[in-house]
Ligand binder design. Structure first.
Ligand code: SAM
Length: 380
């Protein structure tokens, strides 16, 4: 049986000025048009105990600071952070996952999804192009490593590197701060970085295995080849090299991309990326967590292997635990800076429905001579 390629007639949301949490919900609702909103009715709202805090200087507070103390207020805001799950809710989620993964797809079909993975994403970007809301200001709150004020010890060390290292000629070789985003899509992260980070020593690399996505990035009027290089690259291809030498990057960004590759290829992908980091450089990741609403919404017949599924449009997704991600990074020789779960309750106020999202955010650093000084610098 061959894999059916579904040209999804996705529901088109009307995009107004929405908050970031709305955007994330809507963005992913676009990826999953068959959103089973009603499923979430089964879950009752649990409350966290910490009180709400606001950002300093009017800046957006980091994730994890909007807490629901009174369940009757649930429809007062679009999203609540750190919503604690009841045991009942946890076991309902577990049961749902057992159900929807009880009939994994046959190996032959799985292989076809793997072999044609990039063309499914090409189709996705052919349909949607770059029509996504671009407000990614949370990037700089969550990952200050991407903003101009940030100068890691790795970057300082880079400036002091030997003449032989400096003389290596590659795109961005003269930069003092280098960021690589893998799975960049149409540039929803890269362009905010280029627009916000005015460090003259910055160079941003971005890649995706969808050539359609990379072409869209390159045709963006904000694409500046003197500050950025977009290229086609398959994260899971062991034989594909990056156009950057080892120990040259200050940060590697992985936003909802590791989950898209075959679980058996994840370790190798992370190990190769960690080699590109300077000592003191970090991998920054945000991705799906176990029992996220998107996982629970899958129907039988979409499961490929444990916690790995294929969507109606042929794209795939894995749902991580914190430990799994921690193991991938530490096995690659990196050290934990952050590994946190963002359990969020998103609310459709119009329909009076709730959605439980689970995302994981990680920062893992490459140890090295500079590490101690970096830690000292980071202390208040
Ligand atoms: C869910 S989208 C996220 C896009 C972007 N990071 C964002 O957050 O807007 C996943 C992206 O990863 C890319 N991708 C999936 N598997 C990949 C692979 N093996 N190598 C490189 N990119 C991949 C897809 O083409 C897609 O652009």
């Amino acid at each position: 049986m061959s894999v059916t390629r579904v040209r999804s007639k996705h529901v088109h949301f009307l995009w107004g000025r929405v908050s970031m949490s709305d955007w994330l919900a809507l963005y992913w609702a676009r990826l999953f048009p068959a959103a089973d909103w009603s499923f979430t009715r089964a879950f009752s709202v649990s409350t966290a105990t910490v009180s709400s805090t606001s950002g300093m200087d009017g800046k957006r507070p980091p994730f994890g600071n909007r807490h629901l103390r009174d369940p009757s207020q649930v429809f007062q805001h679009n999203a609540w952070d750190n919503v604690q799950w009841s045991e009942e809710q946890q076991s309902a989620a577990h049961k749902k996952v057992l159900e929807n993964s009880s009939q994994p797809l046959p190996a032959e079909q799985q292989e076809e999804y793997e072999n044609k993975a990039s063309s499914f994403w090409d189709d996705f970007y052919t349909i949607h192009e770059n029509r996504f809301f671009k407000d990614r200001q949370w990037l700089f709150t969550e990952f200050p490593e991407l903003s101009s004020g940030h100068k890691s010890q790795a970057a300082v060390d880079g400036e002091q590197r030997s003449d032989s290292e400096k003389s290596k000629d590659y795109p961005g070789s003269s930069a003092t701060y280098r960021i690589l985003e893998v799975g960049c899509g149409v540039g929803n992260t890269v362009f905010p970085i280029l627009q916000t980070n005015n460090d003259p020593g910055l160079f941003v690399y971005c890649c995706d295995f969808s050539s359609t996505a990379v072409e869209i990035v390159k045709s963006n009027p904000n694409y500046d080849p003197s500050r950025c290089l977009a290229f086609v690259h398959d994260l899971s291809d062991q034989s594909a090299s990056y156009p950057i030498p080892e120990e040259s990057l200050d940060a590697v960004v992985l936003i909802f991309v590791l989950s898209a590759i075959l679980p058996s290829k994840m370790q190798d992908a992370i190990t190769r990326l960690s080699k590109l980091l300077k000592p003191g450089g970090c991998i920054l990741l945000r991705d799906y967590g176990r029992y996220d609403m998107a996982q629970l919404r899958f129907k039988k017949g979409r499961c490929l292997s444990e916690n790995f599924y294929v969507r109606g449009d042929g794209t795939r997704v894995y749902f991580f635990t914190q430990d799994e991600l921690g193991d991938l990074f530490t096995t690659a020789g990196l050290e934990k800076v952050q590994n946190t779960v963002d359990r969020r309750l998103q609310v459709n106020r119009g329909k009076q429905l709730t959605m439980y999202r689970v995302w994981i955010q990680c920062k893992y650093r490459k140890p090295g001579n500079s590490q101690t000084r970096h830690q000292e610098n980071a202390s208040p």
